[in-house]
Design a protein around this ligand. Sequence first.
Ligand code: FPP
Length: 246
Amino acid sequence: MENLDLQRLPKHIAIIMDGNGRWAEEQGQDRLYGHYHGVISVRKVVEAATEIGIQYLTLYAFSTENWDRPQAEVLGLMSLFVDTISKEVPDLHQNNIRLHFIGNLDLLPDEARQALASATHTTAQNTGLQLVIALSYSSRWEIIQAAKSLGAQVKQGTLDPAQIDETHFVQALSTKDFPDPELMIRTSGEHRISNFLLFQLAYAELYFTETRWPAFGKEAFIAAILDYQSRERRFGKTSAQINLNT
Ligand code: FPP
């Protein structure tokens, strides 16, 4: 941790938490056992992010595609979300952490929606880590929602289509209150973005690790940030231009 350059931390880190199922199978356990251990990793990473001073952390907890998993796993995950969120809110609140949820939350069972609404409300004034949980989320769904919302504004006559630019588009996304992630981490060896924040990750540094999510902790999180800090972010410019400005 002492090797981190605190002046060059990413403001926003996004994580695809992958490999719970494989980790569990490797232990001879069922998939839900992996998800339970995945929650322990969430806790470790949230603690580390708070300690380091990361401002935004987005975790991909459940994709739109995950609804197609066996019903027992989906039900198990839903009750894990409700239990974890309800149990962790007092601690998160005490640590000044604010919870946000993005995704097609209408698809969630009532009990889950109520738990999320309550957690969002309780932590709404917190100014520390902004913890964004993507649940029933897919980026294509989000982009289509944004297109619909802009279309409705055009129809109402409050928006001229010729004026639609990136700023308008960003305002129509569920992440409008957050800066784009500078670093995206995916665990468990898969080298894909899998319908996660496709618009927002345009300039993100991508970091892939073989480590399964339940085996991911503070050290692995810091290793990812150190790797990020070793890279040069050019945004389409030349290296010479970047070095001139620093
Ligand atoms: C991916 O592993 C993981 C998930 C689909 C669920 C992630 C959920 C948690 C870690 C719990 C988080 C809880 C809260 C409250 C944020 P996988 O099942 O796809 O693993 P596999 O690719 O090895 O099968």
